[in-house]
Design a binder for this molecule. Structure first.
Ligand code: ADP
Ligand code: MG
Length: 611
């Protein structure tokens, strides 16, 4: 018998381990930017070629590395940031696992130039596949300049898993935003294929927010600022009118680290309560700072998920801070909250956080305080306030919107359905949403008009694309579309499929597009709105069913163009809808898998009446 176990060579072990930390170019971008921040840089430049597949370069003016450190930093578990397990509970740096550079060096070609400000001469190192090819002294600027070339060149299987350039670029921009938002005092730039995407002068939090997320928020932000002994919350929430129909710009940072937390997101949304228009999401960037011993960031290699020692307290503080901010900066003169004036005197906000208090808190005292109706942070409108008016305001806006929609609603075209006698015949419309239609054999159908129309349009658009019969109406006056860099990257990625659908959109300089034509179904005057809506819907497309990019777009366009629930239809429109529906290949399910109609027969009805 021979023994069969080998120890893997270092470079293979590193490649395997790299899989956890470096999944795509954006993961390397995150690690390199964080290293530059940890090095105390005040200027960080990021250069990208081919969405990071060819090159990711980060140049910082931080503290640099000695000759020995420059070699050491590529070893696995090589870190200057912790020495023992205790340090893990006091982490103030972004990195600490000592894995990033080792992982990157295992899956790319690296060139590093680095010099400490106090040294005269710097170090140059070239590595590929974890093997040092060259190390020599070099003249270079103080700080670190690291180039990472040909990511995954030695792991073709992983390279093949990468998405299109625009898709990978979107991930990179996301990571860039996640690092740049919490460090407004650092200058950042992002250049992609020699085009400047971001150039962010150092400034304050608000300036950084506007630089990254757009000046349109300038007058629509409410500052959030609460300082307590347990934690500090800073940042901004968008006023209700800045809320988006989709979950867009929502960012949480804990000790400057971007995190994802559905739980805290709920705290923010619930603080808005009835102020938010229906089905919309608040915009926010919130920076939570607390004693590092109260958080465990080491629960995930990329550290986007973290664990709080006591999540409920953080929830309560976040919710209270937002309520306070919204009330204090009374977001509208017509709003009149019965806000307790001595809000800042609340124990939770003003008193020192002693060990003893901490114990009381973990027994959920504080949580109760924040979540009980009669405490200061709990804001409720008085009888006479405008809150109801706010609701009315939004409701009336919503109805106005649907009035508009019904004016603009697409006409349901007559079909050439020839066997009309077998079709369910339309009886009436219920609740402006359901069509009651009677069918053969004492049956009747309750048809959901929106689902029905989505099915019809979905099949029609699919067939048109297959038969190359898509009609584009060319705009007399081309419409321009200005997008954020993130959205621009996405739109760029979708252009070929959009063209198939009938949208003729061209890139026009950085982040700008020209809409030359739109599908024939889009009403004139609605070109821009339609394109923007399609993009938003696409971004937040969710379905149990699996669709490819093109199917998703068809789906979104069908949803956009379909008659909506709540629209009253004429008899003729209903008849045409039913005809067209039963002309479909799959009339009974909407494209997203929901039922289009429910069938009843007379037996069921008789039973209901106890007969
Ligand atoms: P970690 O950041 O978790 O310590 P990394 O592999 O990212 O691990 O980096 C290893 C070490 O290399 C860091 O601890 C730091 O001392 C050094 N280092 C990395 N990048 C830089 C940089 N841009 N400037 C100065 N030192 C750096
Ligand atoms: Mg690091």
């Amino acid at each position: 018998m021979i023994d069969i176990i080998n120890l893997l060579p270092d470079n293979i072990a590193n490649q395997i381990a790299a899989g956890e930390v470096i999944q795509r170019p954006a993961s390397a971008v995150k690690e390199l930017l964080e290293n530059a921040v940890d090095a105390g840089a005040t200027s960080i430049q990021l250069y990208i070629t081919d969405a990071g597949k060819a090159l990711i370069q980060v140049i910082d003016n931080g503290k640099g590395m000695s000759e020995t450190d420059a070699r050491m930093c590529f070893e696995r578990h090589a870190t200057s940031k912790i020495k023992n397990i205790e340090d893990l509970f006091h982490i103030r740096t972004m990195g600490f696992r000592g894995e990033a550079l080792a992982s990157i060096a295992a899956v790319a070609q690296i060139e590093l130039k680095t010099r400490r400000p106090e040294d005269e001469i710097g170090t140059f190192i070239e590595i590929d596949n974890s093997i040092v090819r060259k190390q020599e002294a070099c003249a270079c600027a103080a700080g670190t300049n690291i180039c990472m070339k040909n990511l995954f060149f030695s792991v073709p299987a992983r390279r093949n898993f990468l998405k299109s350039n625009p898709a990978e670029m979107r991930h990179i921009i996301d990571e860039f935003i996640h690092v740049a938002l919490p460090f407004p005092n650092i200058f950042f730039s992002l250049t992609s294929n020699e085009q400047q995407v971001f150039y962010l002068e150092a400034g304050n939090y608000k300036q950084r927010f506007l630089q990254l997320l757009g000046n349109q928020y300038n007058t629509k932000l409410v500052p959030v600022k609460e300082t307590t002994d347990y934690l500090d919350i800073n940042g901004f929430v968008g006023k209700p009118e800045a809320a988006k129909k989709t979950r867009g710009d929502q960012y949480f940072f804990v000790n400057n680290r971007f995190i994802k937390s559905a739980y805290l997101n709920h705290a923010v949304t619930s603080a808005f309560d009835a102020l938010l228009p229906k089905d919309s999401y608040p915009v926010y960037t919130l920076y939570i700072d607390l004693d590092p011993s109260q958080v465990d960031i080491n629960v995930h290699p990329t550290k986007q998920e973290i664990k709080f020692e006591d999540e409920k307290i953080v929830y309560a503080f976040v919710q209270a801070a937002i309520k306070h901010a919204l009330a204090q900066f009374s977001i509208s003169p017509s709003l009149d909250f019965s806000l307790n004036a001595d809000i800042m005197q609340t124990e939770a906000v003003s008193q020192p956080f002693t060990q003893q208090k901490q114990e009381t808190v973990t027994a959920s005292e504080l949580y109760k305080k924040f979540s009980q109706k009669n405490q200061a942070h709990f804001i409720e409108p008085t009888e006479s306030t405008g809150l109801k008016n706010w609701k009315d305001f939004y409701e009336s806006r919503l109805t106005n919107e649907s009035v508009q929609l019904s004016v603009e609603r697409p006409q349901i075209e007559t079909s050439l359905y020839s066997n009309a006698s077998q079709l369910p015949s339309v009886n009436c419309q219920l609740l402006n949403t359901y069509i009651v239609a009677s069918a053969a054999n004492n049956k009747f159908l309750l048809i959901h008009q929106q689902h029905a129309h989505e099915r019809i349009l979905f099949e029609r658009y699919t067939a048109n694309i297959q038969n190359r019969q898509v009609v584009t109406q060319h705009n007399l006056f081309p419409v321009t579309l200005e997008l954020s860099p993130q959205d621009a990257a996405l739109l760029h990625e979708l252009l070929p499929d959009l063209l198939l659908l009938g949208y003729n959109i061209e890139l026009f300089g950085k982040n700008n597009f020209i809409i030359q034509g739109v599908p024939a179904d889009v009403l004139s005057g609605n070109e821009k709105h339609s394109a923007e809506l399609l993009l938003e819907q696409y971004k937040h497309f969710s379905s149990e069913l699996k669709f490819n990019q093109r199917q998703k777009l068809i789906h979104c366009l069908a949803r956009q163009q379909a008659v909506k629930a709540g629209q009253s239809l004429t008899d003729k429109e209903m008849r045409i809808l039913v005809e067209e529906l039963f002309n479909c290949d799959m009339p009974s399910v909407a494209p997203n898998g929901n039922p289009v109609f429910v069938e009843f027969n007379d037996e069921q009805l008789l039973k209901m009446f106890g007969r």
